[in-house]
Every structure is written in structure tokens, then in C-alpha cells.
Design a binder for this molecule. Structure first.
Ligand code: GRF
Length: 206
């Protein structure tokens, strides 16, 4: 008997193009080692929710604004939805809330994020602007395990793109996003199959 595939909950706040690429990759490959079981948004009406419904995937909304800035109460509500849907792995895909240590520790080793830069360069927001201002010739994206410190978790995989003369933020963002859509399914497959794991805060490849 094969082991059951981990059930993945994808957390989004917006259009959800990375979520779509993950769902398409999982559906295109019978042997993909994870099942996308839930798409959860903190933003009511986020574009990605409709796209998830079109795929027939369960969706949920936990509106952070309903919790009066009590971040942990918001996260407890999300955690409950994840529990109800028996989620094993949390995948952040354009999820625009910073998590408390409580939530991060609860999901440590079972939560990954995609960040649009070659970490440890350009943490936080406006990463393409940061890259252009720094004058780097190479930029890209990283998938990493989530740890309490923002954008600081061990990197699972990265993809690089050139920065070209004349690039503005939009051109660079589009070039990086194309790579995100290829990278994230590969990185998720590594984590879901157990080939890559977080052990005592460090990345282990098996
Ligand atoms: C992506 O660039 C991702 O790296 C960043 O937010 C963006 C989300 O885009 N964290 P989408 O919602 O997946 O289209």
C-alpha cells in the first residue's frame, strides 16, 4: 500500500496565480505526492477563490478584519478551518499577513512560502524595486520553510532570472512570476514526499 498523500491547504490573499500553478501541476501528474484539499483566503472575494472553486476545490475565508487586530485570534480561526479540512501541509501563496510565533511554531516544518527574491537578499515587500535599486544583474524567487523571523527560513529551492537593461518593476516581476509557477510545484513535491524536511531548524535532504 502506498502512504496517503499529504493534504495541502493553500493560503492566499489575492489573484492566486501560484495557487493555480500548484493545482495544475498536482492534477497533471498522477504521482504528484500531495493533494490540494483547501484554498483559504483572508480577503473576502479574493480572485483566487473563484479560480479554486472552478477547479472544484474546497474554499474558505477567514477575514482578519473581523478580529480587531487580535492576530492570534485570527490565526486560531484559520487553524480551526485547517483542522476541519484535515490539512497536513500549509502552503503560503501570496498570503499577505505576517504570522505570530504561535502559528508558525504550530506548523513548523509543515509550512512553506514563496518569496519573490533570491533570499537572503531583499526580504519583505517591493522585492523587485529593491533589486532594481541595488543594481543586481540576477534576481529570482525562493521557496522556504516558514520560521518565526520574516523571510528567514531555510531555503528549499530557488530559481534565477537575469535583470535586463531597461527593466522596470513590472517587467522584472513578470519574469520572476513565470519562474515561481515552475518552482513552487517542484518544491512542494520535495516537501510533500519527505525528500526535504526541516529537522531541528535545519534543512535535511534525504
Ligand atoms: C507572488 O509574487 C509571490 O511570490 C508573492 O506574492 C505574489 C503572489 O502572486 N509572495 P499570486 O497571488 O500567486 O498570483
Amino acid at each position: 500500500m502506498t502512504a496517503p498523500r499529504p493534504r495541502v491547504g493553500i493560503l492566499i490573499s489575492g489573484r492566486g496565480s501560484n495557487m493555480v500553478s500548484l493545482v495544475e501541476a498536482a492534477r497533471a501528474d498522477e504521482a504528484f505526492p500531495a493533494e490540494i484539499a483547501l484554498v483559504l483566503s483572508n480577503v473576502p472575494g479574493a480572485g483566487g477563490l473563484d479560480r479554486a472553486k472552478d477547479f472544484g476545490i474546497a474554499t474558505a475565508t477567514v477575514d482578519h478584519r473581523a478580529f480587531n487586530r487580535d492576530r492570534e485570534a485570527f490565526e486560531r480561526a484559520m487553524d480551526e478551518v485547517l483542522r476541519v479540512h484535515q490539512i497536513d501541509l500549509v502552503v503560503l501563496a501570496g498570503f499577505m499577513r505576517i504570522m505570530t510565533t504561535w502559528f508558525v511554531q504550530r506548523w513548523e516544518g509543515r509550512m512553506i512560502n514563496i518569496h519573490p527574491s533570491l533570499l537572503p537578499l531583499f526580504k519583505g515587500t517591493h522585492t523587485h524595486r529593491q533589486a532594481l535599486e541595488a543594481g543586481v544583474t540576477e534576481h529570482g524567487c525562493s521557496v522556504h520553510f516558514v520560521v518565526p523571523e520574516l523571510d528567514a527560513g531555510p531555503v528549499i529551492m530557488q530559481a534565477k532570472v537575469p535583470v535586463l537593461p531597461g527593466d522596470d518593476e513590472d517587467a522584472l516581476a513578470a519574469r520572476v512570476l513565470e519562474q515561481e509557477h515552475l518552482l513552487y510545484p517542484r518544491a512542494l513535491a520535495k516537501v510533500a514526499s519527505g525528500r526535504t524536511a526541516l529537522v531541528d531548524g535545519a534543512l535535511v535532504e534525504r
